[in-house]
Every structure is written in structure tokens, then in C-alpha cells.
Design a protein. Structure first.
Ligand SMILES: [Zn+2]
Lengths: 496, 502
């Protein structure tokens, strides 16, 4: 098997055993990027030189007898919303074209410390706002299963990179489903850790109270290894949790659901869901039962209001978070011809630098926070948020995990929803509640829809700091399905 | 921008109108590091050298709250008799301005850390209680300098430069409730309040409260209502009031200006006005009638502040002696009148006198030097008393030398001159300038004999019993000794030598 089709744990083991060098692994992946990314467009920036340099450093450390972690030398694609000192960081926006940050995000630092080799930065919806990666100022990323379809979003570059074997691992951020939905529609694993379980320092903020960095991988175990590598408390992010990282790797290896209580969220399913998605989800339920899990239906009535609440809270926070992009200190600056005031330059820069979806959300949020509207919009949305957290709490008294389809449909064609924001927003219907409550949630592949042959994701939600449960159930589902399919789902994807 | 020049004389204004005051004071805390990052806070560093990703609002950077600043704010609240919130949050105040890196300020909105306090101030022997509405914690902005143009303000400037060293320095905002019923004392009450607040900050050790460096900044709200009216008038907010004297002048000036407008049938526009140190006048700034919508919402990047009640009680118990209590104690210890005490406060001399007393000088002497010669020198050179290059310990030594008879007051003044010129310690100056009193009786008698020989007329008068004529002779001795003689002893000796009983 070629190095690019190996998973991260395998590559780590091969390198540890001295069977292959980190440089060879990095080169193989850079070659793959060169071969396929002109069609996929997962990367905004490929850092071939620095990747090889990092790989050489890992090889040298290993040669010197240093004991390295399980992911040392493993290549990774890094979402271009995390700051990197040695690579441009654009957040998919024209307003940050060519911007080079003077500091590394905490996640970036921890990737480097774990010896991961950063291949480059991946495409995303501008400022992580979107579900298709079509909102990138640098053009859309394509789904490796069907190049005319979206790879999900906002972390679509990261999902496509892993699904097209350009990298075994990638980073993402999940604000309303931006990791789980792209993972689902590209047939890979994507995890949103508990809010505060991974540091936001150096993550260019979309919605501060929701943004959560998390891993993409082709296997549950790989995702757990990456999760463990970059998670944990960070003094630079006071909203990061002071607690041990849950035992995610152990849970991924445990892969056992016997006696586990699994709740199916009654509110997610039925009308508006693609039949193939519903069918695959039903199969997953039956599979879990066959593995010894006790499946019951659980009602979470407030989840119905999650989508509107999200589309008040996230834009409100973004309207403020994105205020700093004003052309004064960095990034794009237009119309500074000596005749205009600073305020005019700021306004013109923002008009030129932000895309339509970003402007839409800034306006939505500005409106929702306005005096006289605050209580009705932002205030009410926060109340819904509390109710959703209570629904989760009540549900987790009855069951150990909750499950649902990750997204109501499979990957949609590029351009189909570009002019219909409401249709686009529905892609995150099932993923948003976990963001609003801060819970852990994962998406694992659960087959292909009959009508289009495209991947379907199963979402497994766990309580706050119950991240290990996601991995435990995800790994069990993965093993049982792979036994049935005779290998990973991604094997069925067309070769590029 | 208009400059209203017509004013109504203060007394007339007060006959017709009743002023209502409000004060918003910003105090920069003297913490080592900024409010939300680790950058240093020292004043006067080269522009943009005390900055980092957080205080420059680079993409991805996050704030971390400074615990020391939170503690200082709680201590201020306690000293102002406030209730300390058991749980409160920071909030974002959103508005675009080039000197504000994030284009929002992390502040507090409807959940301030401290509420409902008061501060008593004394004016004219009367105690006025100023109610404190709230005390909250926020961050300072950067500082814009507008280059070119006539006004030094942003409009009409050729270009502007921004220094972000100040951006993110912890700032405590103290807001009073409206202060009514002060009548003609309004200007003094405003000044006394800021004075008292400043002393409070100093005694707490939370800020250097230097108005001239902007570490204490004051916005003064003034409104007038016609005598007998039930409703308060429209208020203006005067910014840029950067000295105690200016606080008083700004209030007085606004009363005079508003009275003229109202008497003329005009109406007061709710607006921000700028105070001009040179003229004492205010000019119109931004109108507040179209209230800016700051779109406050709870800061999602920071955890709520939840000070444990036991900790707050501990802070309360550890508060230092507060200025009012301290002043009462010192006044009693020093045995000075209310008037003298007030004069010392106005001159910022209380701390210096206290330190001089602590260094061994009697209170009366310490006060005499600081409030006399040194106050005059400070005034002449336009420096604050505390900024004179002279230490309380040195004054105590001078006092000691005078008490021992080694110096006269006149010589002591020359020692002070030497101290101000940086010539060394009092003893070194006495030595170097040769200022010691002529204590050698023989030397003194020689001088006296010279003077008597040169002034035979006067000497004869004294011999004849006109003892008053001895004054001229003593003067002659002092002159001949270049002030180094002990005048009292010289007089004794003159009388003795002229055969007149002293
Ligand atoms: Zn800083």
C-alpha cells in the first residue's frame, strides 16, 4: 500500500520501527498534493520546503535516540484559520491576503511539539462561515467523491485533503458543525471536542462562545491520537477547561458498546432528510443494537430552536470579532490615497475585503445586538441555549450517548445553495445543538446513500467532557461497518 | 464647532439657576502588566514598543484578565463603600475608532464589579456626600496624535499617528450619581471630590494618579435648572479636564456658559465639550443627541468574575487607613487648624509633611518649610511640590540644624537652594558653602567691635539708653557676617559691650 493510503497510526509505527523515514512520508504526501490538488483545491498554501525541513528534524531526533510521540513525522493539513508564523494565514478572506502572523496558534504549537509535519494550510469558507467552502475568497474546494460537489464546510479543505489522501490528518474548527458536516459528506471521521477542551488562542475567531478546534482523520483512532496531541488547558485561553483531556485514545481502542445506553434524538429525522440518509442512519441504529447497545428514543424539544438561536448568537459574536479587520494594522487596506479619513479607509477596506456571506452575518449580528432588539434576539437566543443545555443534561440522565444523522443530506452540488442561505444553513441542523451546549460530538461514516452513492455520517453526541464516549462508540461502529463493507468506506470513493 | 463667548457672571447664574453635577473619573491602574496581556505599562516608552498580539488585536489573539487589576478595583470599591458583585461579567463596547485595536473595548456594562457607594468630601467646613453609582473595570485605548491642521483634533488634520502602548492598560471608571444641592459650592465640590478620590487611590497604592500624564482623567457633567424647577436640565459632558484646578474651572465655566444660553431663551444641547486649559473655556464636540449604540454584549472570551465573599472580606480588612481618617489623625497630632490643613491638602503637602515629621522634624517646622519656602519655589518653577528634587529627610535635617543653632532660618534657605540645585546633602552644602553660624564668640565679638566702630552714632544712642537703636547694629553685624551670625546672641553682646543691661 502506498504511504499516502496508510493511516496516521500506521505511519507513526512504520517510522518508529525505522521502516520508513519522515522525509519519505512527507515527500510521498507532497507528491500526492502535486498530483491531485489542482483538481480538489484543498490547499490554499503548500509549504513543501518547511514540511521537508520538519520531517528531517523528526528523523534527526529519532536518529539521536529521542523517544517521540505516536504522531511524530506524520503529515498534517492545517486549516487556514489557525495562525502560523512561517506560513500565510488568510481565514479564506481577501482581507487577510498575504498576511503572515508573528505568532503561532496554540494548536499550531502543539502540532509542532508532537512532531507533526505541517504540509500546508487548507481552504475554508471565509472566516469559517459556511457549510460548503464555496464562501472562500480563493475559490471552492471540491469533494473527492464527486468533484462537482462540495466537501462540506467550513473546514472543507481539511476534509477534502484527508478524503483525497493528501494528508492522513487535518485540523478543523467547529462552530456549528464545521468539522462534523464536512467529515460526513466526505466519508471520514471528524470530531468536535467539548468546548474549551482545545485552545482557541490563535484561532481566528468567528463566534467565540462556539468555536472549537478538532481533528479530521480517516479512522477513529487517528482522530483520537490527533485530539490528544493538541488538546488540553492553555493559559492563553481562559475559556479552555482546567481538566485532564478525556481518555480518548484508550476509548478509541476499546471500541465496545455492550450495555451502553444509546438515545436517538426524536427531533432529528423525517421530513427534510434525504431518504438515503435516513436509511443509513436506521442501519446504524440496528447495528448498535446488534452490538449490544440499548437503543431508546429520547426527546430534546428545544433542539428545534437551535438553528434560529445559532443564527443570532454566531452572527452577533462575529459582528464584533470581525471589527478588528479595519486595514489599520494589518491585512488589506484600500483607498488610502491621502484624501480620506481613517474611518472612510476602514469602511472601504471592509467593503472590499469581506465576501457576501461574511457581510450578511455581520449585518445580522449588528442588528441582533442593537439597542431595542438585544433582548428579543440575542437575549432570547441565549435563553434557548440554556434550554438546549438542559435538554442535553436531562437526556444524559437516561442515556450515555445521543445519536442522529450528522447532516440531513449528502454532499450537494457546487453552486446549488449558493444563492439560498436558508438552504445552506439547514446543513447544520443536527450539529448545532452540541455547539450551543458545548458538548462533545463526532461524525463517523455510516455508508452511502442509495440515490447518489455519496457518504452519510452518523453523529454521536456525548456530555461535556465525555469526549471519550464519542470515540468509544465511533470506533465500535467503525469496526462493525468495516467488517461488513470489507474495509473503510473511503475505499469505495473513485480514485482521483 | 462653535466657541460660545457669552457668559453670565457666576453669582448671577447661581441666583437664577441651580447646578447639578456628575463626575466620571477614569483611573489607570498601576499594575505591572496590561489588563489582558503581559505587556508592561510604564509611561513614556517609545511609541509601539509595549505591544503584543493581544493588545494589537492581531487575528486569533485572546485576552486573559489581570487578577491584580480585579483586586485593585475591588479594593477601590470597598474604599468607596460599594457593594462588591459576587458574579459579574466583562462586556464588549462596540464602536469603530482607529486608536482602539479591536474596534471594541472590553468594559463592563450592566454588571459592574462595584455599585452603590459614597465618598464624603469637605468643602468650606461642610461635608458633602457624593453618591457613587458604579465602579467598573475596562481597558484603555491607544493614543492618537493628529498632525497638521489647526485644532490638533482629528478633523482637519493632515495625518494621524497612533501609539498602542496605552492600549489595554487597566482603567477603572468611577461614576457618581447626580450631585444636586451644592449651589455655589459646585465648582469646589467637584474639585474636592476629585482631590479626595486621588488621595484615596494613593492611599490604596493602586495608581500614581498623575493627572498631567493622564493616569487620572475626569469627565465633568453639568446641567442647570431654573430655581424652583422640578426637573433637571440637559447636561453636557466636558472631557479633557486634566488638573484639579481645571475641574473647578470647567464646572464654573459651564455654569456661566449654560446660564447665558438659558437666560437667552436658548436650549442646552446634550453634547461632549472639550476643555481648554489656556482659556478655561469649553468648546462643542460630538453631539450626543444621536446616542451611539455600543451594542454591548457579554464578553465571550473571558470567564465571569466571581470574587469569593471571604476573599472580599479579607481585602476589606486589609484596607489601609483611608485619607479622611488619616487627615483627622494627622491634624490632631500636628495640632493645626482646619484652614492650615486645607492649605496643605491643596498644596499636596500632607504626605511630604508627614514624611518629614517621620524623619524627626517637629510638625510646625516641617509645615513651615514645605508650605513656605518650598511651596514658593515649586510655584515659581511650575512643578508639583512632590517633584522638587528634595527629600523629606533632607528637610528634617535642615530643621535639626536650625534647632541646634548651627543654622539660622536665613542660612537654612540657602541650604534649600543648594538642595534644589543638587549640591548634595544639607551637611555637605553647609560645608561647601560655608554656611555654619558664627558660633565662635571671639569671632563674633571682633565683628561687633568693627560694626560699633563704624557706627558710632548708633552706638552712642544705645549707650544713652535708646535700646531700640541696637536693631540697626544687629543688622550691621548680620550683614558683616554675611548672615552667619546668631542675631539674638549678637544683640546680647552688643548691649553688653555698650554697658546696657539686656
Ligand atoms: Zn500586549
Amino acid at each position: 500500500m502506498s504511504l499516502t493510503h496508510r493511516n496516521a497510526a500506521e505511519l507513526g509505527a512504520l517510522m518508529a520501527a525505522g521502516e520508513v523515514s519522515a522525509v519519505e512520508v512527507a515527500q510521498a504526501h507532497l507528491d500526492r498534493v502535486a498530483e491531485v490538488d489542482s483538481r480538489v483545491h484543498a490547499f490554499l498554501h503548500v509549504a513543501a520546503e518547511s514540511a521537508l525541513e520538519q520531517a528531517r528534524a523528526v528523523d534527526a531526533r529519532r536518529a539521536a535516540g529521542e523517544k517521540l510521540g505516536p504522531l511524530a513525522g506524520v503529515p498534517i493539513a492545517h486549516k487556514d484559520v489557525f495562525t502560523t508564523r512561517d506560513m500565510p494565514t488568510t481565514a479564506g478572506s481577501k482581507i487577510l491576503e498575504g498576511y503572515r502572523p508573528p505568532y503561532d496558534a496554540t494548536v499550531t504549537t502543539r502540532l509542532r511539539e508532537a512532531g507533526l509535519v505541517i504540509l500546508g494550510k487548507t481552504n475554508l469558507d471565509e472566516f469559517a462561515m459556511g457549510s460548503s467552502t464555496e464562501n472562500s475568497a480563493y475559490g471552492p474546494t471540491r469533494n473527492p467523491w464527486d468533484l462537482d460537489r462540495v466537501p462540506g464546510g467550513s473546514s472543507g479543505g481539511s476534509s477534502a485533503a484527508v478524503a483525497s489522501y493528501q494528508a492522513p490528518l487535518s485540523t478543523g474548527t467547529d462552530t456549528g458543525g464545521s468539522i462534523r458536516q464536512p467529515a460526513a459528506v466526505t466519508g471520514i471521521v471528524g470530531m468536535k471536542p467539548t468546548y474549551g477542551g482545545s485552545s482557541r488562542y490563535g484561532l481566528i475567531a468567528f463566534a467565540s462562545s462556539l468555536d472549537t478546534p478538532g481533528p479530521f482523520a480517516r479512522t477513529v483512532l487517528d482522530a483520537a491520537l490527533l485530539h490528544e496531541a493538541f488538546s488540553g488547558h492553555d493559559v492563553m485561553d481562559t475559556t479552555s477547561i482546567h481538566a485532564e483531556v478525556p481518555p480518548v485514545v484508550e476509548a478509541a481502542r476499546q471500541a465496545d458498546v455492550a450495555g451502553l445506553r444509546v438515545g436517538v434524538v426524536r427531533e432529528f429525522g423525517g421530513e427534510g432528510y434525504q431518504p438515503g440518509v435516513t436509511a443509513r442512519f436506521q442501519e446504524a441504529v440496528e447495528l448498535l443494537e446488534s452490538l449490544g447497545a440499548k437503543v431508546t428514543e429520547v426527546s430534546c424539544p428545544s433542539f428545534t430552536y437551535a438553528l434560529p438561536a445559532y443564527y443570532l448568537i454566531a452572527p452577533s459574536e462575529c459582528s464584533s470579532n470581525l471589527a478588528r479587520f479595519d486595514g489599520m494594522r494589518y491585512g488589506l487596506r484600500v483607498a488610502d490615497d491621502g484624501t480620506r479619513s481613517a474611518e472612510e479607509v476602514m469602511a472601504l477596506t471592509r467593503a472590499a475585503g469581506f465576501g457576501a456571506e461574511v457581510k450578511r452575518r455581520i449585518m445580522l449580528g449588528t442588528y441582533a445586538l442593537s439597542s431595542g432588539y438585544y433582548d428579543a434576539y440575542y437575549g432570547s437566543a441565549q435563553k434557548v441555549r440554556t434550554l438546549i443545555a438542559r435538554d442535553f443534561e436531562a437526556a444524559f440522565h437516561q442515556v450515555d450517548v445521543l445519536i442522529s444523522p450528522t447532516t440531513p443530506t449528502t454532499a450537494f452540488p457546487i453552486g446549488e445553495r449558493a444563492d439560498d442561505p436558508m438552504a445552506m444553513y439547514l446543513a447544520d441542523l443536527c450539529t448545532i445543538p452540541a455547539n450551543l451546549a458545548g458538548n462533545a460530538a463526532i461524525s463517523v461514516p455510516c455508508g452511502r446513500a442509495d440515490e447518489d452513492g455519496l457518504p452519510v455520517g452518523l453523529q454521536i453526541m456525548a456530555p461535556v467532557l465525555g469526549d471519550d464516549r464519542c470515540y468509544r462508540v465511533g470506533a465500535a461502529v467503525e469496526k462493525a461497518f468495516e467488517d461488513r463493507w470489507g474495509g473503510p468506506l473511503l475505499k469505495e470513493a473513485p480514485s482521483l | 464647532m462653535t466657541t460660545t463667548r457669552s457668559v453670565m457672571p457666576f453669582d448671577e447664574a447661581l441666583e437664577r439657576f441651580e447646578p447639578v453635577l456628575g463626575l466620571e473619573t477614569h483611573v489607570e491602574l498601576g499594575t505591572e502588566s496590561k489588563m489582558f496581556c503581559g505587556c508592561p505599562t510604564a509611561f513614556g516608552a517609545p511609541p509601539n514598543t509595549q505591544v503584543c498580539p493581544v493588545c494589537l488585536a492581531l487575528p486569533g489573539a485572546l485576552p486573559v484578565a489581570n487578577d491584580q487589576a480585579i483586586e485593585s478595583t475591588i479594593r477601590i470599591g470597598l474604599a468607596l463603600n460599594c457593594t462588591i458583585a459576587e458574579w459579574c461579567r466583562f462586556a464588549r463596547k462596540n464602536y469603530f475608532y482607529p486608536d482602539m485595536p479591536k474596534n471594541y473595548q472590553i468594559s463592563q456594562y450592566d454588571e459592574p464589579l462595584c455599585t452603590d457607594g459614597h465618598l464624603d468630601v469637605e468643602v468650606d467646613g461642610r461635608t458633602v456626600r457624593v453618591e457613587i453609582e458604579r465602579v467598573h473595570l475596562e481597558e484603555d485605548t491607544g493614543k492618537s496624535t493628529h498632525v497638521g491642521g489647526a485644532t490638533g483634533r482629528i478633523h482637519g488634520a493632515d495625518y494621524s499617528i497612533v501609539d498602542y502602548n496605552r492600549a489595554g492598560i487597566p482603567l477603572v471608571e468611577i461614576v457618581t450619581r447626580p450631585i444636586a444641592g451644592t449651589d455655589r459650592l459646585a465648582p469646589e465640590v467637584a474639585r474636592a471630590y476629585v482631590t479626595e478620590l486621588r488621595e484615596l487611590m494613593r492611599s490604596l497604592g493602586v495608581s500614581d494618579v498623575r493627572m498631567e500624564q493622564g493616569s487620572l482623567r475626569c469627565d465633568v457633567n453639568v446641567s442647570l435648572m431654573p430655581r424652583g424647577a422640578a426637573e433637571w436640565g440637559t447636561r453636557t459632558e466636558t472631557k479633557n479636564v486634566n488638573s484639579l484646578r481645571s475641574v473647578e474651572r470647567a464646572v464654573r465655566g459651564e455654569i456661566e456658559r449654560q446660564a447665558a444660553v438659558l437666560a437667552d431663551g436658548g436650549r442646552i444641547v446634550q453634547e461632549t465639550r472639550h476643555f481648554h486649559e489656556d482659556t478655561g473655556a469649553t468648546t462643542s464636540g460630538r453631539s450626543k443627541e444621536e446616542a451611539q449604540d455600543y451594542r454591548y454584549f457579554p464578553e465571550p472570551d473571558l470567564l465571569p468574575i466571581a470574587p469569593a465573599p471571604e476573599w472580599v472580606e479579607e481585602l476589606r480588612a486589609r484596607l489601609p487607613e483611608l485619607p479622611t481618617a488619616r487627615r483627622r489623625r494627622l491634624q490632631a497630632e500636628w495640632g493645626v487648624s482646619d484652614l492650615d490643613m486645607a492649605a496643605m491638602r491643596n498644596a499636596d503637602a500632607v504626605d511630604l509633611v508627614e514624611a518629614t515629621v517621620a524623619a524627626g522634624a517637629p510638625a510646625a517646622d516641617a509645615r513651615k518649610w514645605w508650605m513656605g519656602e518650598l511651596a514658593r519655589r515649586a510655584n515659581e518653577s511650575g512643578t508639583a511640590l512632590a517633584d522638587l528634587p528634595i527629600e523629606p529627610g533632607q528637610i528634617a535635617r535642615v530643621v535639626e540644624l536650625v534647632a541646634s543653632g548651627a543654622l539660622t532660618d536665613k542660612l537654612a534657605r540657602q541650604v534649600l537652594e543648594g538642595l534644589l540645585a543638587g549640591e548634595g546633602s544639607p551637611d555637605e552644602i553647609v560645608e561647601a558653602r560655608g554656611l555654619r553660624v558664627v558660633s565662635d564668640e571671639g569671632e563674633l565679638i571682633a565683628i561687633i567691635d568693627q560694626v560699633l566702630a563704624a557706627n558710632t552714632d548708633a552706638a552712642d544712642k544705645v549707650r544713652a539708653g535708646k535700646v531700640a537703636a541696637a536693631g540697626a547694629l544687629v543688622g550691621g553685624v548680620m550683614k558683616a557676617s554675611r548672615g552667619k551670625a546668631d542675631a539674638a546672641r549678637a544683640r546680647e553682646l552688643i548691649l553688653q559691650r555698650l554697658g546696657v543691661a539686656g
